[in-house]
Design a protein around this ligand. Structure first.
Ligand SMILES: [Zn+2]
Length: 283
């Protein structure tokens, strides 16, 4: 499942072919993905210029010159493929149509953008740009972890009095938007906080120290995504999947990487999801 850094990597990959470019033709090959597509989606996209390509949490938002934004959610298996870009970002020719090519945007520039999603947990919707916060997927989201509203004071007060484990609190999209299982595990590891610790019982200074750690974990992953994006562009124009190496996530039974720690990474289940951590140095 793509998390925030993967979605940001896809956004950055799409930006050169979408931002400032006009959609010459939109093709919508089925009535729905996870939810029905909005009414007349192809007609509402055709002829529109993309003013900006933004991200909110794990959603990509393409602001159109019609006053609407196209919301793109990659879901579990969604990927974007770009071909035929005359600017040379994605120089390869258009691929033959594939079975799960659900939405195709032909740009006026000659570039083609395909949304392919075999499992169909992804989504696309159109919403009024000026009123985006009213959309059902965006309405209850907390601040962006890389934005200014997510700071030490905010997190300390958001966690105050909470009896839930810190792991669950950080996964709560109302507290902070876009953090998923992998990067919460990685951030707690770097901050040396046990995922089991009650959020409201962690000293304010340790909570405050989590903020820059969360930001850095995400920025490191976005950096890694950027370099894999350059490789992928050359490979086949696919955006959305790349391999990362993690410090604790998926490393059950391996030696802790913290210098001087002799601990072993352990996996536990919290709220039906795996948490990886070192019980020796994460307290
Ligand atoms: Zn350790």
């Amino acid at each position: 499942m793509p998390e925030l850094p993967e979605v940001e990597t896809v956004r950055r990959g799409l930006a050169p072919v979408m931002e400032g470019h006009r959609i010459a033709r939109a093709q919508v090959n089925r009535p729905d993905l996870r939810w029905p597509f909005p009414r007349d989606m192809a007609a509402r996209l055709t002829g529109r210029r993309v003013e900006a390509l933004r991200r909110r949490s794990k959603y990509i938002l393409a602001d159109l010159d019609s006053g609407e934004s196209l919301l793109i959610h990659l879901g579990m298996s969604g990927r974007m493929q770009v071909s035929g870009d005359p600017l040379g970002h994605f120089a390869h020719a258009h691929a033959a149509p594939e079975k799960h090519d659900h939405v195709i945007l032909e740009m006026e520039s000659g570039a083609r953008i395909i949304f392919n999603d075999p499992r169909r947990f992804g989504a696309m919707d159109l919403l009024p740009t000026a009123n985006q916060e009213a959309h059902k997927l965006l309405a209850s989201l907390g601040p962006e972890p890389l934005g200014n509203a997510f700071d030490e004071l905010y997190l300390v007060s958001a966690l105050r009095g909470r009896g839930t484990p810190i792991k669950s609190a950080l996964l709560d999209q109302r507290i902070v938007a876009g953090l998923g299982n992998i990067y919460v595990c990685e951030a707690l590891y770097r901050a040396r906080i046990s995922p089991r610790r009650r959020a409201g019982r962690i000293a304010a200074a340790r909570v405050a120290a989590l903020v820059p750690v969360i930001r850095q974990v995400l920025l490191d992953a976005i950096d890694a995504g950027g370099s894999s994006l350059r490789d992928h562009r050359q490979a086949n124009g696919d955006l959305g999947y790349f391999q990362h190496s993690f410090d604790v996530y998926g490393r059950e039974g391996s030696a802790c990487r913290t210098e001087g720690c002799a601990g072993t990474v352990r996996r536990i289940t919290q709220s039906a999801r795996s948490s990886f951590y070192c019980p020796r140095c994460q307290r």
